[in-house]
Write a protein that binds this ligand. Structure first.
Ligand SMILES: [Mg+2]
Length: 247
């Protein structure tokens, strides 16, 4: 009754790469460009964007961003959850509007395409998204920059929790079930640009690879959070592959 896949044990060298999107794979052409669509979305769903305009949101999930923006207006997590379908719908409407004027809204960070291709061709690795973006927004972003083919495994997204630490476990459960493999937490590597990426990796028991391409945190800030490895950017393919091999 066991198929071949179910007999593969955690001794296998497989590593699952859980990729953050913003600041790791891509960045917006302008700082704060996400407000072009999140402010009208919040105004459309809740009648106010609260304090969003003044917030720095790197590493937060979209649900967390919404909750923190609207807290001064008296909205609770429950109020937000009640309107989650409307929120998702307006979010995507506004995002399509903001990104469809032909200008390049998002840029792929240096080396990213090459690294994703290299790990896709390597039997030790498979890739999934673990991002603070709501799911549809995450897939739109990677599609807009031509990276969507690299993420064949199910991930976890920012409309599933206001706490990023929940996300690696959610993704792992889906990936184990899809691959029919009993993967250990330490076979997962979270790759991200913020302290929250490192914290969510460690909360789950995964490895954390911090990258220095985010706009908000310096190498020093990230090192304080004790990632398992740090790399300034993904532009040196050989260095990235060596770092991944050590994890
Ligand atoms: Mg990020």
């Amino acid at each position: 009754m066991h198929n071949q896949a179910s007999l593969v044990t955690s001794e296998e060298p497989l590593r699952i790469l859980l990729w953050d999107i913003d600041g790791t794979l891509i960045r917006s052409a302008r700082t704060g460009a996400f407000k072009d669509y999140t402010i009208p979305m919040l105004e459309g769903v809740f009648g106010t964007s609260g304090r969003l305009a003044e917030m720095k949101v790197s590493g937060m999930t979209d649900l967390q961003i919404v909750a923190e923006a609207l807290r001064p207006e008296g909205f609770t997590h429950e109020h937000i959850r009640e309107r989650i379908d409307h929120l998702r719908e307006r979010y995507m409407e506004e995002m399509h509007k903001a990104t469809s004027n032909g200008a390049e809204f998002f840029q792929v960070l240096p080396g990213v395409r090459e690294v994703l291709q290299e790990v896709a061709d390597h039997p030790r690795y498979q890739s999934a998204l673990v991002t603070g973006n709501i799911e549809a927004a995450a897939y739109l972003k990677v599609e807009l920059v031509g990276l969507s083919n690299f993420f064949s495994l199910p991930g976890a997204f920012g409309d599933e929790s206001h706490d990023r630490r929940d996300l690696p476990g959610l993704a792992a459960e889906r990936i184990r079930s899809k691959l029919k493999l009993d993967l250990l937490p330490q076979q997962f590597i979270v790759i991200g640009d913020t302290p929250n990426d490192i914290a969510c990796a460690h909360h789950f028991g995964a490895r954390a690879l911090a990258v220095g391409t985010g706009r908000l945190y310096s190498a020093e800030d990230l090192m304080k959070c004790r990632p398992d490895a740090f790399i300034p950017d993904l532009s040196n393919l050989e260095a990235v592959m060596q770092t991944l091999a050590s994890l």
